[in-house]
Design a protein around this ligand. Structure first.
Ligand code: ATP
Length: 240
């Protein structure tokens, strides 16, 4: 049903020992939407993504994806349900080639002909990966690795793509290219939850955004609303 969001997070709490990383976060991502998660360092953005993909366990609250409760399930199950995570720091297999890394991204799929077709489409989106096909991932530049991480996540044909700081460690010119590619994916209908430090870029791409501050949602709204609002800066600084 169209009214039910693809991803629904309700009152999510995550703790690391005494650290309350998330203190009751609620958010929705609807099919076809790009939603940005912004906020200062340590606000809980990565923890939110990691908890959705099963890498951290919720202490309380719920995560519902496509009607299924997924909070606390093991990561492979969550991948199989259609959530792909392009993590911060990229986590590529540095000693494997670009080709091998991409093939691993498709390891939950068996439709070989479609995998080949998708690989070609990803080359159109990230031409550098075609040139670097046989090169070891560990020898790629930061921007190239970021593109490979994105392409690898897309090889799973996810229903939801979680992106953790695609601009991190990437030269400015390449950042623009990566965000152009994300814009193209958005036009193709890929649903994304995007963590991004660069709030200007995030709000350009996203339909809506949530501003996290010390483990809570301080502010949310459409990107257009938030772009024109000085409350975003206040939420970052802790004023408001
Ligand atoms: P950044 O942009 O710096 O990555 P963030 O908004 O993604 O920030 P998180 O990485 O989610 O923030 O961290 C939220 C809080 O949880 C921080 O106080 C962080 O120190 C803490 N934290 C995150 N992971 C762990 C962990 N594995 N063990 C202990 N504390 C953690």
């Amino acid at each position: 049903e169209a009214a039910i969001p693809l991803l629904h997070i309700d009152s999510l709490e995550v703790r690391f020992g005494a650290v309350r990383a998330l203190k009751g976060v609620s958010m929705d991502v609807r099919q076809g939407e790009v939603v940005a998660l912004v906020g200062a360092n340590g606000a809980g953005k990565s923890t939110t993504l990691r908890t959705i993909s099963g890498l951290s366990r919720p202490r309380s609250g719920s995560i519902t994806f496509a009607g299924a409760s997924i909070g606390g399930r093991p990561p492979p199950q969550i991948v199989r349900l259609g959530i792909a995570h392009s993590p911060e720091g990229r986590r590529l297999f540095g000693a494997l080639t670009v080709a091998e890394n991409l093939r691993l991204g498709a390891c939950t799929r068996t439709d070989r002909a479609k995998i080949a077709a998708d690989t070609e489409r990803l080359f159109a989106l990230f031409p550098i990966l075609k040139q670097r096909w046989r090169q070891l991932a560990g020898t790629l530049s930061g921007g190239e690795q970021q593109q490979l991480a994105l392409a690898r996540a897309l090889m799973a044909k996810p229903r939801l793509l979680l992106l953790d700081e695609p601009s991190l460690g990437v030269a400015p010119l390449l950042v623009r290219q990566i965000f152009d590619a994300l814009g193209e994916l958005k036009r193709q209908g890929v649903t994304m939850l995007l963590v991004e430090q660069n709030i200007k870029l995030a709000l350009e791409l996203a339909d809506r955004a949530y501003v996290l501050r010390t483990g809570s949602v301080a502010l949310s709204g459409s990107s257009a609303e938030l772009r024109d609002s000085d409350r975003v800066a206040q939420a970052y600084l802790g004023a408001a």
